[in-house]
Design a protein. Structure first.
Length: 307
């Protein structure tokens, strides 16, 4: 049976209560949309073809965004932003799917702005391989407020060495850099992980790759979020286990407050901004310095620059 909102709303209240207690900002994400935006288990319905792209489903999703924004408006002190979709893909007609997403994003942002001030980020999504489909500054701040683009970067089963991983990720990183510069709100890598190698990398190899990829993403976007915090068995999918089992993140121990330090570092260096000012530029430089200090990274190119 489906729960009514009144039955689960208290759990959202608890999330924001904990966030306020521990100094955390919440990004509330509409992770599964009506009809499923990708046909995967985390998209609400497991099916071969996603069916979100209908007017009815779009209307229901916008209703959900509106309700989320209304709720978030009463928790602004502990709110980072509102994300309107996660990982849309697998549509047979890519051009039609893009046009549908464009219309949905426009309407969803408008619905969110009925309750949320312009400086609160509304987060949309695109894969690096489809960045080219979007024009420059698609959602300008004066009209839409702060709009940030989320993307996820994975290469599953495709590398056996750090150098090969660098080669595979390099094209995504360069696309990210260009797209981040083209959009007024910029981009963030909302998911990446250590999983994906054809064989399990050694602790030293994992650490070298983590240092390299976090540095590269931070140089090309607002920053990155490691997916995810925990996993019962696989360290490469777990920030906690990676730190504990093979000291994955330099300067980070498996206990005390050092995990929190490194987690904050991996969450990147985003500052909500309408335009650059000397103060914002200085603050971003300070945050990047602390990010790199937390990860014990030395500035410079990777050992082998990917082609």
């Amino acid at each position: 049976d489906l729960l009514e909102p009144e039955q689960y709303l208290s759990f959202f209240d608890r999330v924001f209560e904990y966030a306020g207690k521990h100094g955390i900002k919440v990004l509330l994400d509409l992770h599964a949309l009506p009809g499923s935006q990708n046909g995967e288990v985390h998209g609400g319905i497991t099916q071969s073809t996603p069916c979100f792209d209908t007017d009815w489903n779009k209307t229901k999703a916008i209703e959900a965004v509106s309700s989320m924004a209304k709720y978030c408006a009463s928790h602004l002190d502990h709110l980072y932003g509102l994300q309107v979709i996660n990982e849309p893909h697998s549509y047979k007609d890519a051009h039609a799917a893009h046009a549908f997403l464009d219309g949905y994003y426009d309407a969803a942002i408008e619905a969110a702005r009925a309750y949320l001030p312009k400086e609160v980020p509304v987060v949309v999504f695109e894969w690096t391989y489809d960045f080219w489909r979007w024009p420059d500054n698609r959602f300008p701040y004066p009209t839409y407020g702060e709009v940030i683009w989320d993307t996820h970067i994975y290469h599953m089963g495709g590398f056996k060495t750090v150098e090969k991983a660098q080669d595979l990720y390099w094209h995504d990183l360069e696309r990210l850099k260009a797209f981040h510069a083209r959009q007024s709100g910029g981009a963030v890598v909302g998911e990446w992980a250590l999983a994906g190698s054809g064989k399990r990398l050694s602790p030293e190899e994992n650490q070298a790759f983590a240092r390299w990829i976090v540095w590269c993403i931070a140089e090309r976007s607002h920053g990155s979020i490691f997916w995810n915090w925990d996993h019962p068995t696989i360290a490469e999918w777990s920030f906690q286990r990676a730190a504990r089992e093979f000291r994955q993140f330099a300067g980070c121990k498996a206990n005390s407050g050092s995990e929190a330090l490194c987690t904050c570092a991996l969450w990147g260096t985003h500052i909500v901004q309408a335009q650059d000012t000397p103060m914002l530029v200085q603050r971003r430089q300070e945050l990047r310095y602390h990010l790199l200090a937390a990860l014990n990274v030395t500035r410079g190119s990777p050992t082998q620059t990917p082609a």
